[in-house]
Design a protein around this ligand. Structure first.
Ligand SMILES: [Zn+2]
Length: 163
């Protein structure tokens, strides 16, 4: 499955998900794992980028996984949960997990931001109930540990508890 990949346990793995794995990319980012994703990209560009930036290509595409010099991790499962589980186990992602440290939309590392600086752009309830915020300087998104975050974390917990 991942025979031609060398991966040192001390390294934090970086990924690039192929265009069919957008959902998986989102969850990896949620865990704080550096994961690029482009909805439209040529295989050659994907391979170049992976090699230049020391990333593993995540794919379910057999022909891509058989390309020479492509650092591919071929994912057998079709289901996002099972895909995540495979990666978490193989790359020991639990030990490296850093939730809400990376923008889910664009992969940029987040920065902590003071509430008073963004208070005007927060929904009413959020203003009232949350005090800790992180900010993506690339796409201007603000993150807090609200319902959406909680649902995603529940999903992650399920992934990790299922055998
Ligand atoms: Zn962003």
């Amino acid at each position: 499955m991942q025979r031609n990949i060398t991966f040192k346990k001390s390294d934090n793995p970086k990924f690039i998900a192929d265009c069919h794995l957008g959902k998986l990319a989102k969850y990896l980012r949620l865990m704080g794992v550096d994961t690029l994703y482009f909805p439209h990209i040529e295989d050659d560009d994907l391979i170049d980028m992976a090699n230049n930036e020391n990333r593993f290509i995540l794919t379910r595409d057999r022909s891509l996984s058989e390309r020479k010099n492509a650092p591919v991790f071929f994912l057998e499962p079709t289901d996002t949960k099972a895909q995540l589980k495979t990666l978490i186990e193989y790359y020991k992602l639990n030990e490296r997990s850093a939730p809400i440290s990376r923008c889910i939309v664009c992969n940029t590392p987040l920065q902590v931001i003071e509430k008073e600086k963004i208070i005007d752009s927060l929904p009413k309830k959020v203003k009232k109930y949350f005090n800790y915020f992180e900010y993506c300087s690339n796409c201007d998104r603000i993150y807090w540990q609200g319902d959406h975050y909680r649902h995603m974390m529940e999903f992650m917990a399920q992934v990790q508890n299922e055998s």
